[in-house]
Every structure is written in C-alpha cells, then in structure tokens.
Design a protein around this ligand. Structure first.
Ligand code: PRP
Ligand code: MN
Ligand code: MG
Length: 180
C-alpha cells in the first residue's frame, strides 16, 4: 500500500471483477443500439474507461471531454470549466458518459446537460464510484460500480493535486497529506 494512504478501500481484483460485470450489463443493454459511444470525462475517468471498454464484448467508439472543478484541492470550486470538447458527433447515437466518481454531481450534471442538447438517441451515465452523502445536484446514474463513504479517495485515475492516479486500487488518503 502507498504510504500516504490510510487504508485500501477497493482492491485491484474487486475493481476488475466489478468492471467486467458492468461491461457485461452494458453490452446486454445496448444489443439493439447500432452505434455506442463512450464519453470519458478527463482526467479522472481515463483508467476506468480503458478497462471498461475492453470489458465490452461489442463494437464501441470512444471520445473524451475535459472539464475541471477541483483543481489542487479536496473541495470542489463549484464552477465547472470545459477544457476540451468532443471530436465525435453524437447525434442519433447511444452515448454513455463514463466517470470515475460522482461527488456533488456538479461535473456530471454539466456534461449531461451539454450532451443532451446534441440529440443523442440515448444518454446514460456510468460511474465507477458514487458518494451518495455528498450529492448536491440530482443526477441519475444508470450504471454504478460502488457506493462509497464520504472519505477522500485516490487511485485508479483519481488524484489529489495530480498525484496517485496510477495506483491500481482505490485507497483512502491520510488526512495528514492534505491538512497543514
Ligand atoms: C473529480 C472527479 C469527477 C469530479 C466529481 O474531477 O474526477 O470528475 O471531480 O466531483 P463532483 O461530482 O463534485 O463534480 P476533477 O475536477 O478533480 O478533475 P480530474 O478528473 O482531472 O481530476
Ligand atoms: Mn474528473
Ligand atoms: Mg481531480
């Protein structure tokens, strides 16, 4: 375990098993959708997205959108900024937004509302982690990996000030790392 962590919350094998199950569920639910597009929200969703799409036993395209609301802090600034838009046209396609974590819900609501205006045939949300206690704005999660408690987690794409994204598991960051 990384020395900055308090404990491992979700180990690698548990993550990978759950992602396989999500892939199976998504493939089954989209059998009648000719064009499936995964939209990853950079940067946090990168690792999850890469594993999820390889767990999908069907044809799929993917694209990425970049937004930011946290910066180098453990608290959301409350303002979502669009840093990079999609390259693909999603009109008429079955789109699934792929996110690493839903905290306040602000990031997903912003992206969901923006993509909805482009007339996809379907627009769903797949989030690896969900913190129900922290929800401020209402978002409907169609595929969820794990509900987790209100603790600051890192790893598997999730960062604190850009660190720990490359851990192959999800861990709880020791408060001493971010309290001064
Ligand atoms: C984090 C995380 C989600 C978002 C969740 O991203 O990856 O995208 O915050 O929080 P919310 O539900 O309160 O909006 P961050 O802004 O830190 O950018 P990053 O993905 O590049 O780390
Ligand atoms: Mn993010
Ligand atoms: Mg972040």
């Amino acid at each position: 375990m990384h020395p900055d962590l308090e404990r491992v919350l979700i180990d690698t094998a548990t993550l990978q098993n759950r992602i396989q199950a999500l892939g199976t569920a998504i493939a089954q639910a989209t059998v009648n959708a000719p064009e499936l597009v995964l939209v990853g929200i950079l940067k946090g969703s990168l690792i999850f997205m890469a594993d999820l799409m390889r767990a999908l036993d069907r044809e799929v395209a993917y694209d990425c959108i970049a937004v930011s609301s946290y910066g180098a802090s453990t608290e959301s600034t409350g303002v979502v900024r669009l840093n990079k838009d999609l390259d693909l046209d999603i009109a008429g396609k079955h789109v699934i937004i792929v996110e690493d974590i839903i905290d306040s819900g602000l990031t997903l609501k912003y992206v969901h509302d923006m993509l909805l205006r482009r007339n996809p045939a379907a627009l769903e949300i797949c989030a690896l982690l969900n913190k129900p206690e922290r929800r401020n704005v209402d978002v409907q999660v169609d595929y969820c990996g794990f509900d987790i408690p209100n603790e600051f987690v890192v790893g598997y794409g999730l960062d604190y000030a850009e660190r720990y994204r490359n851990l192959a598991y999800i861990g709880v960051l020791s408060p001493r790392v971010y309290t001064h």
